[in-house]
Write a protein that binds this ligand. Structure first.
Ligand SMILES: [Zn+2]
Length: 189
């Protein structure tokens, strides 16, 4: 899973305690003793925090952990295409905003048409695609020959996350393609 909710957003310490609200049930007590859970009290505030760092005391919600994960993305490289027809690659480097769009009209062995532009980073738009929680691999139930395949490589400061598929897509694939087209100003699908 690409989003680690229980890593402290402030100091990076791992295995933060989960904050539990409301009247604790009997089986919660040993978890409190082991430091896995802290009790948040009986009243449920609307903007409740979900995790508590045992090292620095910082508290955060699941939504804040998601925001933080997307803010750490430094580049997105996406590929789509079939055996026949056009295929595309977009490489977006967020710190500089540089975008490279490549288009192959037939075989990938040929020289692609190259287009460079810049896009001011607006990674927040990608949160609604749930990109970081896509499965690693999407495949159809039945074999398809000569279909379309795709791949997405997401880099952060400390890791590379790869997703791919052929003839099967994440639910938000069309939305993702639309955003990549906005980033590059060129076709991507
Ligand atoms: Zn901390």
């Amino acid at each position: 899973m690409a989003i680690k909710y229980n890593v402290c957003l402030q100091c990076g310490a791992k295995q933060a305690a989960k904050i539990i609200y409301g009247m604790p049930t009997h089986d919660v007590k040993p978890k409190v003793e082991r430091g896995e859970v802290v009790l948040g009290g009986c009243s449920l505030p609307k903007s409740s925090k979900d995790y508590h760092c045992k090292s620095c005391g910082f508290e955060w919600s699941r939504e804040e952990a998601v925001d933080h994960a997307y803010q750490k993305i430094t580049s997105i490289k996406a590929n789509v295409g079939g055996f026949f027809g056009n295929s595309y690659e977009i490489d977006w480097h967020l710190p500089t905003g540089e975008v490279t769009h490549l288009q192959w009209e037939n075989s990938r062995d040929e020289e692609p048409i190259r287009w460079n532009t810049t896009c001011v980073p607006s990674i927040n738009a990608f949160q609604s695609t749930n990109l970081l929680r896509w499965k690693r691999n999407y495949q159809p139930e039945e074999m398809v020959l000569d279909g379309t395949s795709w791949s997405v490589e997401i880099r952060t400061e400390d890791k590379v996350i790869r997703k791919h598929g052929s003839n099967a897509y994440p639910e938000t694939w069309e939305e993702f393609c639309g955003l990549m087209e906005q980033v590059s100003g060129k076709t991507f699908r």
